[in-house]
Structures are given as structure tokens and as C-alpha cells.
Write a protein that binds this ligand. Sequence first.
Ligand SMILES: Cc1cc2nc3c(=O)[nH]c(=O)nc-3n(C[C@H](O)[C@H](O)[C@H](O)COP(=O)(O)O)c2cc1C
Length: 315
Amino acid sequence: MTRPAAGSGHGGVDLNTTVGSVSLLNPVMTASGTAGYGTELAGFVDLAGLGAVVVKSLGADPWPGNAPPRVHSTTAGMLNSVGLQGPGVAAWRREQLPQLAAAGATVVASIWGRSVDDYARAAEALAGCDPAVVAVEVNLSCPNLDGGTHLFAHDAEASARVIAATEVAGLPRWAKLSPNTDRLVEVAVAVAAAGAEAVTLVNTLLGMVIDVERRRPVLGAGGGGLSGPAVHPVAVRAVHTVHRELPDLPIVGVGGVTSAEDAVELLLAGASAVQVGTATFADPRAVGRVLDGLASWCAHHGVATVRELIGGAHE
Ligand SMILES: Cc1cc2nc3c(=O)[nH]c(=O)nc-3n(C[C@H](O)[C@H](O)[C@H](O)COP(=O)(O)O)c2cc1C
């Protein structure tokens, strides 16, 4: 990946974009949970040249995650049930964030919880952190132990309560939503009204693989989340639908991006930026490759500024 100078773009293409109040060097980021908590990818990608590094979701407290096995490859992607293992926000701020900041990365901190109070405590623990952190992505695809429906992201009212409670972070918030609901637009409306500057679409699709010899699910947790090329059309549809219904709500598109064309599709559907997740497991340079490819695609198609593409698939 060739590092562009701020504002000058790659090969003459202006790649700058904005997500709500956040200005980004370019629209290509890592996806939460697929690039570690810190500088794990630094040997493969110039972290400072990415739109942002989105770190794995952090809880208010350390959390051990699910029983192994936690990942399994599928025909067109992978199934995971990592279970949000992590060191907690305070340890991350102490041990990982300084390295990311020193690498010049633009950082988006992702947080998770099992109750509104968990999310509020995680958000509070981010308050006043290093200015390298430009936004908080609130992962709402988490079981709601306060009651209501299974996942926060399937419940507009619960999702809105979480977003309101995370204001204490003092940072722009992006609500990361689930594709496993037909109430996506309703949830997006609710989180925007509660203070989210943007929505990130989408998290994984619920799935399961069964080992036919053992006659048991292959993952330790039973089911898991499907990601990779298999979910790309689901992500494109989600972004397209939310942009059509809520054209003023900024969207970060994520799901099965492995090539520049995949990123362009999400931008045309209405995303202002994209994230690269599962592709990184097969190729740790994937996010840089997508960024370079996006610049080349724009140059070859006479696209002077990447912002021209946003929502271009709509009338
Ligand atoms: C192993 C693994 C761990 C993940 N962990 C998280 C996480 O901690 N928080 C989160 O919001 N999303 C998490 N995700 C979901 C991704 O960020 C992304 O939304 C999803 O995988 C779709 O994008 P992809 O097909 O490019 O991977 C995880 C995905 C994978 C494959």
C-alpha cells in the first residue's frame, strides 16, 4: 500500500471522505474483530494510511470469550463465535492504544455490553482518551441480558437506550447493526434519533455448521456469525435500503469486501466508507490492497473524488 499525503489522494484521486463529523483520509478501514486491538497488522499495512483502524469490540471489563473451536471456514466465508474475548477498555487504553497512536493510526474504538449499564461503563472508560480515537463504534449485536429480544440490534428501543447511554464517551458514535432482522430501518431511525452520527452495516449473519461424523455443531458455542463473500450481497442490500429510506444518515458498509469492486458496490449503495474484515484472515494485506485498488478503479473510471460514488446506485 502506498501511503498518500493527506488530501492529495492516491494517483491524483481524492479519496477523502467523511462519516458524520469525522473526516477520514480515505474510506477504507479494518472491520472490528478482524485486525486485533493494536498494531497487529503493522507489518503488512501502513496503518497511518488507512481511513481508520477499527479495533475489536472492548467491554467495560476483561472477558474470556467462548469455548473453542471459535472459527470454521465455510464455502464462501467463515463462521465465528469468538464471544467478544478481550482485555477491557482500561487495559486497552494503557497497553494497545499508545502503540496505535504512535503508528499514526486513526482509531475507531468498538465497544460491547450485555446491558445498557455495561455499554455506559465501557463508553465512560473511553472518555478523554488519546485524540487518535476519532469515534466509537457501538456493537449492538450482543445478547441483551436486560430482557427484551435476543440481540440489542433487533430491538429499536433497546438500541436507542444503548446509544443514549454511550454519550458519556464524548466522541461521535456509530451504531453497528445486525442484518438478522427485518426491522433494520426502524432500528437505524431509533439509533440516529438517540445520537448516533452513523450506522455501520452489517455485523455477521447468524449461522451454524454441523460436523456430520460427530453429529454436533463444529463451533464450541454451537452457532456463530457468518462473514466473508457469502454475506456481501446482504451488506449491499442493507446499505442500499437504509440509504434509500434515510439518505442523510451516514453509513459505513461492511460485509465480504475482498476487492476494490466490492468496496465500490457498497459506496454506490450509499456507504460513505467501507470496512474489510474476513478477507484479512486469508491475506493480511487485504485492507491495503482494497485501498490501492479503489484508487486505481477510480482513476480508470474517471472518478476524480471518491465521494462522487456515494449513493450512486440510487436514482
Ligand atoms: C473472527 C471475527 C470476529 C469479529 N469480532 C467482531 C467484534 O468484536 N465486534 C464487531 O462489531 N464485529 C465483529 N466481527 C464482525 C465484523 O466486524 C464484520 O462486521 C463482519 O465479519 C462482516 O464483514 P466481513 O465479511 O468483511 O468479515 C467479527 C468478525 C469475525 C470474522
